[in-house]
Design a binder for this molecule. Structure first.
Ligand code: GDP
Length: 297
């Protein structure tokens, strides 16, 4: 599972300081040095680490003293709170439009898990939120993507809107929203195309789809295994398209997880869901606080 290495290191660092009655400034400095190294080793973006360490130092040496805690515990408390802040403070829900259907655009690089996550999210909305989602197959470039979504739709007994791969994605997206209105489906999840790398053509097309369907939510699907690339990808998509949230996939894998933590910090957009396996029900609502507690023990 992701974050195991980071959790182990931070907990080790904290154990050293926890029991002490007197904590000197040098102790705090040494501890923050170790926290910094642990974060960098876990692949957290260096800019994010720098800001994190400064924020903690500022607060820990400030006046926030709680009588019931030892000085060591106080520093740990600040680290805990800042780590939670870093991952997004509060849990952030998926958008729901006052005017049905709610339109959700799924974007991301090829292989990130977009198509799988589209189906996972459709299933989630139906099961947990009692919604009626329509999935739309607008990834016309990856030959198997349309079929993949149709197969998932059949497995889940969930409708999939497709027009083959000879129609423009903008048209597919537009028509899918009309179809959802007609059929009284209250969500449309549009699976868009990805490329192996960021490129302008891809981004232009996504911008065109966005303009055509005016989505309530643009979810960027990011592969947590891709390290610092994930951070760059998120920055680009956010700048050029304006995402509204992030889904981190493959958190079940052997990832150090740090890049994932950084995505929220660099985009300032919430992580809404986490993918934790290949199965359709392996999608979890992302809880920043719980994730921080898991890391800090
Ligand atoms: P797309 O190109 O972005 O549409 O990617 P796909 O949805 O086809 O997914 C690419 C691969 O990643 C597939 O083999 C999926 O089963 C796998 N995958 C997606 N999400 C997860 C996840 O959360 N965990 C794991 N282990 N695999 C995932």
């Amino acid at each position: 599972m992701a974050f195991e290495g980071l959790a182990e290191r931070l907990q080790g660092t904290f154990d050293k300081i926890k029991s002490r009655g007197v904590v000197t400034e040098a102790d705090v400095k040494e501890m923050m040095r170790e926290v910094r190294l642990a974060l960098l080793e876990a692949d957290v973006n260096f800019k994010v680490v720098k800001k994190f360490v400064n924020d903690v130092k500022e607060r820990a040496t400030g006046q926030e003293v709680m009588k019931s805690l030892t000085p060591g515990q106080q520093v740990i408390k600040v680290v805990n709170e800042e780590l939670t802040n870093l991952m997004g403070k509060e849990q952030s829900k998926i958008a729901v439009s006052s005017k049905s259907p709610t339109v959700v655009m799924m974007v991301g690089l090829q292989g990130a898990g977009k198509t799988t996550t589209t189906a996972k999210l459709a299933q989630f909305l139906r099961k947990k939120n009692n919604r009626k989602p329509l999935m739309a197959a607008a990834d016309v470039y990856r030959p198997a993507a349309i079929k993949q979504l149709e197969t998932l739709g059949t497995e889940l007994s969930m409708p999939v809107f497709s027009m083959g791969d000879q129609v423009s994605p903008v048209e597919i997206a537009t028509r899918s929203v009309e179809q959802a209105k007609e059929d009284h489906q209250d969500y449309v999840l549009i699976d868009t195309a990805g490329r192996l790398h960021l490129d302008e053509t891809l981004m232009d097309e996504l911008v065109n789809i966005k303009e055509a369907v005016n989505p309530d939510e643009i979810l960027l699907v990011v592969d947590a295994m891709t390290g610092q690339d994930a951070v760059n990808v998120a920055e680009s998509f956010n700048e050029q398209l304006g995402i509204t949230g992030v889904v981190l996939t493959k958190l079940d894998g052997d990832t150090r997880g740090g890049a994932a933590i950084s995505v929220k910090a660099v985009t300032d957009k919430p992580i809404k869901f986490a993918g934790t396996g290949e199965k359709i029900d392996a999608l979890e609502v992302f809880h920043p606080e719980r994730m921080a507690s898991r890391i800090l023990g």
